[in-house]
Write a protein that binds this ligand. Structure first.
Ligand code: GNR
Ligand code: NI
Length: 176
């Protein structure tokens, strides 16, 4: 397992549409999911899409558990949202690819999912609460969409500028 570098805005790869896994879920996909989970825990975050480490495949990992000693990793290969409810709920979102920026996004309160799990078994289930928020945020990544794309142009541009400035500052401090 390895911790990979997480891409941040304005990296153009974050705008790519990820492609489906074709054929069965293999040990190679599982090795990728292991790396993604380790990278996500290290960050730390509650979800990660493969494109965030530069791999344009429709693969997501997630862990919504609170305690470090009671981990509940979830793996999604080729996830699809089959159905959403009309009811919308706001949630203060963040993204590892837009570090230290937080803002409210409204999404469907519940959605029905279909995906393949770590072992390639097909799963169908309803997601609600934080699970629904997170899977919709991650599914957006597979389409090249970030949570800041749901904000006004002004807020989005401010967020990108802030991340750029923070990166430049970090590079300068590194040189000193
Ligand atoms: O760690 C994360 N926290 C989070 C909080 C609110 C809504 C969505 C998220 S996902 C984010 C990790 C991430 O960037 N996943 O793509
Ligand atoms: Ni994100």
């Amino acid at each position: 397992m390895a911790i990979r570098e997480i891409l941040t805005v304005p990296d153009p790869r974050l705008k790519e549409v990820s492609r489906p896994v074709v054929g069965p879920v293999t040990d190679e996909h599982r090795a990728l999911m292991d790396d993604m989970l380790e990278t996500m825990y290290d960050a730390p975050g509650i979800g990660l899409a493969a494109i965030q480490i530069g791999v344009p495949l429709r693969i997501i990992v997630m862990d919504l558990s609170r305690e470090e000693d009671a981990r509940e990793p979830r793996y999604f290969v080729n996830p699809e949202i089959l159905e959403t409810v009309e009811e919308k709920k706001p949630y203060e979102e963040g993204c590892l690819s837009v570090p230290d920026i937080f803002d409210e996004v409204e999404r469907s309160a519940r959605c029905r999912l279909r995906y393949l799990d770590y072992n390639g078994n097909a799963v169908e289930e309803w997601a609600e609460d934080l699970y629904a928020v997170c899977i919709q945020h991650e599914m957006d990544h597979l389409e090249g969409t970030l949570f800041i794309d749901h904000l006004s142009r002004l807020k989005r541009q401010r967020a990108i500028d802030k991340v750029k400035k923070a990166k430049l500052r970090a590079i300068r401090e590194d040189a000193n």
